[in-house]
Design a protein around this ligand. Structure first.
Ligand code: ZN
Ligand code: FE
Length: 261
């Protein structure tokens, strides 16, 4: 299976909008993931002569949906999104286990329910790639705006179980600040230190740190590592508790990150 071709469109302060290309990129069929800025996507389509054949939305926040209505109208294309959320112009509400078939791209993606950041957040997996919106970031995870810690932990468990080489196309460039926090959680983990260093260098050179891989996230991301004994003990120490359940430990970790500067 040929690897997925994906174009990154940086938007706003730190968002990434993604264009997924067809199996034959020369045919110029694309799908847009989380098009928060319609003008930006339209400019890319115009510049390269791409045909927008589908829109894939992970959750309802405006930085992921702001351009959906405009683009769906202009291109008369289907809008896939989470069935449990209100998405503008949505034509194909999705839930776990559903398949998104994109015949003009010769691509298909399966849908995971990953609640936590929002109540109905979904992710798309296919062709060695994961589009996970604001659920998993490189070095971090989304804030718990609508879901519980237990939900987010279960959602991240699903993503962590994907094939290690899966490319993680998250929706924000938060990696540098995430890795500062990861270093506070695991100051003696050389993998964390090495990645934090590499991320700092990449950002200084104006480069993106996304996509990451599941394999890397398993080694550096504290939100995928909160069950490891040394990590859990560090979290309990910070929270001032002797011990806690897995979900509680994850909740303490998320709260620690929320106040971390
Ligand atoms: Zn969001
Ligand atoms: Fe976002």
């Amino acid at each position: 299976m040929r690897e997925l071709t994906v174009t990154r469109l940086p938007a706003f302060d730190d968002n990434y909008l993604w264009l997924i290309h067809g199996a034959d990129p020369a045919q110029k069929h694309v799908a847009a993931v989380d098009p928060g800025d319609g003008d930006l996507v339209q400019q890319a389509l115009d510049a390269y002569g791409y045909a927008l054949d589908a829109i894939l939305v992970t959750h309802h926040h405006g930085d992921h949906t702001g351009g959906v209505e405009q683009l769906a109208r202009a291109h008369a294309c289907p809008v896939y999104g989470p069935a449990r959320e209100k998405i503008p112009a949505m034509t194909h509400p999705l839930a776990a286990g559903d398949l998104v078939q994109l015949p003009t791209l010769q691509r298909r993606f399966s849908v995971l329910d990953v609640p936590g950041h929002t109540a109905g957040h979904i992710a798309y997996v296919g062709h060695g790639a994961l589009f996970c919106g604001d659920t998993l970031f490189s070095g971090g995870c989304g804030r718990l705006f609508e879901g519980t810690a237990a939900q987010m932990l279960a959602s991240l468990d699903q993503l962590a179980a994907l094939s290690p080489e899966t490319l993680v196309y998250c929706a924000h460039e938060y990696t540098a600040t995430n890795m500062k926090f990861a270093l506070a959680v695991e100051p003696n983990n050389p993998r964390v230190a090495d990645y934090a260093h590499a991320v700092t260098a990449k950002r200084a050179a104006g480069e993106s740190t996304v996509p990451s891989t599941i394999e890397r996230e398993l080694t550096v991301n504290p939100f995928l590592r909160s069950r490891i004994k040394s990590v859990a003990e560090r979290i309990w120490q910070e929270a001032g508790v002797a011990q806690a359940s897995e979900a509680e430990t994850f909740r303490w970790l998320r709260e620690w990150k929320n106040r971390f500067r």
